[in-house]
Design a protein around this ligand. Structure first.
Ligand code: PEP
Ligand code: MN
Length: 265
């Protein structure tokens, strides 16, 4: 496989411009709300990122919700608004693309297209993202194996887009005490099998706010090249995933712990 270390030994480095990288040997921190909700919320989170030296912000404008009655996101207008505020502050945008028809309209406003767990094996979407000249982060499927994640990455890479990031976000197991089971094993295994950077998502991985920091740090020590986690000024009021979302004080503390842990690794 083209994404395998056997094919290419040198780790792939993702250069997002303005000195922002996702690469082996650095620690990427990506934070932000589950959903982009309002201009005020965007401004709050951007300010939080700037204050804490965080250069990448996550947030969904197209939301894959289990229930069709749940908040589905602000859409392309939300993304345009977000981009106008974030780019001024030098913050890069990570957001989910749900279908092929959205790729082009999103293009001017995204830095990393996120492929969600539910779309991890949407091969049409992966094919189309293979033709795009922008970074793509593929999340592991809800019941996806490590091999399946690598095959999904292969779709994009073989299509010509080598700016790829892998994300472990927890898988569905028989365990019901947590939302998902964060598969820490996947991190060293993916790092050994592939030259692509690996990011850990402890928020969706465990789904319980108070345990997000320790799972984030476990992911760092397991060898992740970055952490993506959810934060919000008032998590209890978040439109989605509030139960696993950190407030800004918790997020600021975690960002420092991530950097300290990485420095000790
Ligand atoms: C998200 O990042 O908010 C999200 C929907 O993630 P996942 O696709 O991993 O469930
Ligand atoms: Mn979420």
């Amino acid at each position: 496989k083209l994404v395998s270390k056997k094919w290419k030994a040198k780790p792939t480095s993702i250069d997002l411009g303005d000195g922002v990288f996702i690469k082996d040997g650095e620690m990427a921190i990506i934070t932000g709300p589950c959903s982009i909700e309002s201009e005020e919320q965007i401004r709050n989170v951007v300010a939080h990122c700037v204050e804490n030296g965080i250069r990448m912000m996550r947030g969904g404008v197209f939301k894959p919700r289990t229930s069709p009655y749940a908040f589905r996101g602000m859409g392309i207008d939300g993304l345009k608004l977000w981009h106008s505020i974030a780019s001024e502050a030098g913050i890069k945008i990570v957001t989910e693309v749900m279908q092929t028809s959205q790729i082009e309209e999103m293009y001017p406003y995204v830095d990393i297209y996120q492929v969600g767990a539910r779309n991890s094996q949407n091969f049409n979407l992966l094919d189309e993202l293979g033709k795009v000249d922008k970074a793509v982060m593929i999340k592991r499927g809800i019941s996806g194996t490590i091999e399946e994640l690598l095959q999904s990455a292969e779709y994009v890479f073989s299509g010509g887009n080598e700016k790829l990031i892998l994300c472990e976000r927890g898988i569905r197991t028989y365990e019901k005490a947590s939302r998902n089971t964060l598969d820490l094993n996947a991190i060293p295994i993916l790092k050994a099998k592939s030259h692509l950077p690996v990011i850990v998502d402890p928020s969706h991985g465990i789904g319980i706010r108070s345990y997000v920091p320790q799972m984030a740090l476990a992911g760092v020590m397991a060898g992740a090249d970055g952490v993506i986690y959810e934060s919000h000024e008032i998590p209890e009021k978040a439109y989605s995933d509030g139960q696993q979302t950190l407030d800004f004080a918790q997020s600021a503390r975690l960002a420092n712990w991530i950097r300290e842990s990485f420095a000790m690794r």
